[in-house]
Design a binder for this molecule. Structure first.
Ligand SMILES: Cc1ncc(COP(=O)(O)O)c(C=O)c1O
Length: 420
């Protein structure tokens, strides 16, 4: 199957499942994922690393549905975690400890201790104080810990300010000069093994350029460490590969993701270093496999605008409200060639509760279903119960079969949670 989402006789399909027919039988809204799309993304990532010692790790923060995590685990991926909670979850799912990397700018002492006790692949250290804290805990536990310093290369990733992380105005990482002082000190500590260099320059990057600059940086920096007798054995390349948020599924040749365009170039640039390569990929693994499906509640017109009010809201998918992120929105049934310009908005009591502004769309009427595309990453994972809206279900399509992989949480479930 080449594309996981496509139109056939005016109806949107996921694999062999007619989505409009499926949606009519469910309560709306809901998330729906394609198993085929997820596995294809995993394969493209693994292929990009073939011929090198490559450990792709999946960033749990993008989506932590257990069924999806098991599929990713079974594709040989490790896990990238950013909290004790994610570490606990990754272990419960069965990611091997030696394939787990732990990043994050504010790990607590308890989280560091948990990670060291568990024997994960490595911790990515984000400050001089965190380095000291890690050394102290490792000494107390009498366990040597493998670490990488997250070096901030000051590379502009040309992405949204909220998801750019590799510049010096960002809170992330350690400057090059400070890292050059900290590495030799760490190498002299009996409980630290500073074997890696970690970078992550940002998210939703759709050009090769910033990654090629990162390759140069990593090679130069590794050679500076060699001059200082710090033996590096691996590079952690971070994540950040972008996806196509503008695919409307009408042309099967439009690529859904930038994995094949960017990742082989990034990895090839580092292949000859002889170092193990670790990647931490979230969005590029899972985003394009997911749709948020929602039903039109009302049409509404003011003197200035036409609104389509749908039953999903910013509490289900906050990316448009938070980053003005663009998601293509497609009807589950194509009934017209006409277009009208509308805002697609949710029922939450905030003007920021929108999915699209001034978007040219097929005219929609009450009861129509639409899909907000590429919603698999940073969608359900950032959802909340704001306005006391219940958690919505998640489904996984596998050919003609649709499995419920999360049944959601009703308002009485939420009430009971507080009262018990
Ligand atoms: C340190 C780190 N690694 C990996 C990721 C995953 O990034 P992406 O989903 O863009 O691949 C993030 C995202 O915030 C991150 O902060």
């Amino acid at each position: 199957m080449k594309t996981s989402f496509y139109y056939q006789q005016q109806s949107l399909y996921c694999e062999n499942t007619n989505l409009n027919a499926f949606a009519q039988k469910q309560s709306s809204p809901f998330y729906l994922y394609s198993k085929n799309e997820l596995l294809q993304n995993c394969k493209a990532i693994t292929e990009a690393g073939s011929g090198s010692d490559f450990l792709p790790c999946y960033a749990l923060k993008a989506n932590y549905n257990p069924t999806l995590l098991r599929l990713i685990r079974d594709m040989g991926f490790g896990a990238d975690v950013v909290s004790g909670g994610e570490l606990e979850f990754a272990l419960k799912i069965g990611f091997p400890a030696e394939k787990i990397v732990f990043a994050g700018v504010g790990k607590s002492a308890a989280e560091i201790e948990f990670a060291i006790q568990t024997g994960i692949h490595s911790l990515n250290i984000e400050s001089a104080e965190e380095l000291k804290q890690t050394a102290r805990i490792a000494a107390r536990l009498q366990k040597k810990v493998r670490i990488a310093l997250r070096v901030n290369p000051d590379i502009d990733a040309h992405t949204h300010a909220y998801i750019s992380t590799g510049k010096h105005i960002n809170k992330f990482g350690i400057t090059i000069d400070e890292a050059l002082r900290l590495y030799p000190a760490a190498a002299n500590d009996p409980w630290l093994n500073p074997a890696g260099i970690h970078v992550h320059i940002g998210s939703q990057i759709t050009e090769k350029g910033p990654f090629l600059k990162t390759v140069e940086f990593l090679l130069d920096f590794a050679s500076l460490l060699k001059d200082r007798n710090v033996p590096i054995t691996y590079l952690d390349l971070g994540g950040g590969i972008g996806v196509n948020y503008k695919n409307d599924f009408r042309d099967p040749d439009v690529p859904n993701s930038y994995i094949s365009e960017i990742l082989p170039a990034y990895i090839n640039g580092l292949k000859d270093s002889g170092l193990k390569l670790v990647a931490e990929l979230g969005r590029s693994v899972i985003a394009t496999s997911g749709l948020l499906i929602t039903q039109v509640l009302y049409r509404k017109q003011t003197p200035l605008k036409k609104f389509i009010v749908v039953d999903a809201a910013m509490n289900n998918l906050i990316r448009p409200s938070l980053y003005s992120a663009y998601h293509e929105i497609v009807p589950l049934n194509l009934d017209s060639q006409e277009k009208e310009t509308v805002d697609v908005v949710g029922p939450v009591c905030e003007s920021g509760d929108f999915f699209a502004k001034d978007r040219a769309m097929q005219p929609l009427k009450q009861g129509d279903f639409i899909a907000i595309t590429a919603a698999g990453a940073y969608g359900q994972a950032l959802a909340s119960n704001y306005n006391l809206r219940p958690d919505i279900p998640e489904y996984l399509v596998d050919g003609e079969t649709v499995l419920t992989i999360y049944k959601g949480r009703s308002i009485s479930d939420i009430y009971d949670y507080y009262e018990q």
